[in-house]
Design a protein around this ligand. Structure first.
Ligand code: C2O
Length: 554
């Protein structure tokens, strides 16, 4: 294994999409940002230098950060942000993961333009557990483009308590593609050769939307999700929630086709609220194998164009079936280490709620006297003004956080009903403290009040196994008997179904402070987030080392 060095210069860059030019925050002037490539076992060292006036942090989404919690990145959780003119070196080793992950800004909504792929190759001479792909395709990272400034959008939403403006387009690698007005010139082309199998990496970096994805006249064999191998299966369409990554094998046509094939992505949304319901497209471009000038499908105008058929926007039966098909490989080489003893059980409600509108103000929440808010177990998380991990490490929790996060909802009720009391919430910086190596089972129940949409819950610092899921109320007497403890899929982000629940298990073997939140950015802003503290173990290799000397100060 080797050490891979990168430098990320955070700077502004003018970018034009959909005929709107705006200044965005970028890494090294690139949008999307640079790709990190490493092998399992490598050390990655990224020096982040902040040249802009906003505070910045970078999170390495899905990297386990075993005993390197100081490098995780969420602002005010594991570090104070990097201020103007300052820098911070993120330093971590990739342990036991191979596939695709990604990095993104983790402060306010800056991740809307600050994101990029992390490609993790297996160790040298360690084969894939599936037929070796001939070639690596350029990774595809889905995003959302807003014609206006996203920071202004979130600030306005938080002030009025209303839903934020929705995006103007979805994007493939920052490009909206030909289905939008004034956008044909901004189309991503995935160049392929005929008769090959490609490993294609997909990442959903959209701020607020789950996406369906499909390629016309081609099938996708899914082999890996969230940098964990799964039992391969073939599908025409896949679903990917914000935060998730998916690796697929794409077999190209045996011969150069006289046709153009579009790849498309558009949201899966069951909510009644407003969302961006547009479709983004890109071109799967065949390079002609013989022609000297590399004739491609796209410049051959007379070729017919094929478009994929995506499920309907609210196709919950497709979404459910797809999620249930994902199974971990659970082989001898890649076993599923599902916790079986379970020392602690938690039941969390996740969903939206309301705050009263301040007097003499008109609000734009569900009513004009309320503001939207969101909570876990009726606690809407308040961000501290100093980093939780520092407060924990130096025993200075007083005034920063409390350890009384409720292990069950404060207001129990029927989650399938419409009982309005569930929208009640209180505010606080409350955490759960877990002894080292606690085996945790967590059931997350969507409250399905005030709009129904899946909540992609992301846990920092761990992979978890999704042992069960269902619709309606979780039944603690009947449902656990049906849990899959044999080959449940292993991930870092799970969609809690609208009006349903999921059960996950993880081993708390990583000392530190670990954020858990909805990866719909607007829900995080409203408070759908909390943190776990995992204590040091007794052995020296079970302890979190002290912070690096350049850790930013608040
Ligand atoms: Cu990808 Cu805390 O986030």
């Amino acid at each position: 294994s080797v050490t891979r060095h990168y430098q990320f210069d955070i700077k502004l860059q003018k970018v034009t999409r959909l005929c709107h030019t705006k200044t965005i925050v970028t890494v090294n002037g690139q949008f999307p940002g640079p790709r990190i490539i490493a092998r399992e076992g490598d050390r990655v060292v990224v020096k982040v230098v902040n040249h802009i006036k906003d505070n910045i942090t970078i999170h390495w989404h899905g990297i386990r950060q075993l005993r390197s919690g100081w490098a995780d990145g969420p602002a005010y959780v594991t570090q104070c942000p990097i201020q103007t003119g300052q820098s911070y070196v993120y330093n971590f080793t990739i342990v036991g993961q191979r596939g695709t992950l990604w990095w993104h800004a983790h402060v306010s909504w800056l991740r809307s333009t600050l994101y990029g792929p992390i490609v993790i190759l297996p160790k040298r001479n360690v084969p894939y557990p599936f037929p070796k792909p001939d070639l690596e395709a350029v990774p595809i990272i889905f995003g959302e483009w807003f014609n206006t400034d996203t920071e202004a959008i979130v600030n306005q939403a938080m002030r009025t308590g209303g839903g934020p403006n929705v995006s103007d387009a979805y994007t493939f690698n920052g490009l909206p593609g030909p289905l939008y007005n004034c956008s044909a010139q901004d189309t991503f082309r995935l160049k392929v050769k005929p008769g090959k199998t490609y490993l294609l990496r997909l990442i959903n970096a959209a701020l607020n939307d789950e996406l369906f994805f499909s390629i016309a006249n081609h099938t996708l064999t899914i082999v890996d999700v969230d940098a964990s191998y799964i039992k391969p299966f073939t599908t025409e369409t896949l679903l990917i929630t914000p935060g998730q990554t998916t690796n697929v094998l794409l077999k190209t046509k045996p011969h150069f086709p006289n046709a153009t094939f579009l790849m498309e992505a558009r949201p899966y949304a069951t909510g009644l609220g407003t969302f961006d319901n547009t479709t983004t497209a890109a071109i799967l471009e065949y390079e002609h194998p013989t022609s000297k000038k590399n004739k491609t499908t796209s410049n051959t105008k007379s070729f017919p164009v094929f478009r994929p058929t995506l499920p309907k926007l609210n196709d919950t039966s497709f979404a459910t079936k797809f999620s249930n098909t994902l199974r971990s490989l659970a082989s001898t080489r890649f076993p599923a280490n599902v916790p079986k003893k379970i020392n602690r059980r938690f039941f969390f409600t996740v969903g939206l709620g309301t705050n009263p509108c301040p007097k003499n103000q008109v609000c734009q929440g569900p009513t004009n006297t309320t503001k939207f808010a969101a909570s876990v177990n009726n606690v809407s998380f308040t961000m501290p003004t100093t980093a939780l991990l520092q407060a924990h490490f130096f025993n200075q929790s007083k005034g920063v956080y409390t350890t009384d996060f409720p292990s069950k909802p404060v207001f129990p009720f029927n989650y399938t009903g419409t009982a309005p009391n569930n929208t009640l919430l209180s505010h606080g910086t409350k955490v759960v403290v877990l002894p080292h190596n606690t085996e945790v089972e967590l059931v997350m129940q969507d409250t399905s009040i005030l709009g129904a949409e899946n909540h992609p819950l992301h846990l920092h610092g761990f992979n978890f196994y999704i042992v069960g899921s269902g619709f309606g109320n979780f039944d603690s007497n009947k449902d656990p008997a049906k849990f899959n403890l044999v080959d449940p899929v292993e991930r870092n982000t799970v969609g809690v179904p609208a009006g349903g629940w999921v059960a996950i298990r993880f081993l708390a073997d990583n000392p530190g402070v670990w954020f858990m939140h909805c990866h719909l950015e607007v829900h995080t802003s409203w408070g759908l987030k909390m943190a776990w503290i995992v204590l040091d173990g007794k052995l020296p290799n079970q302890k979190l080392p002290p912070p690096p000397s350049d850790l930013p100060k608040c």
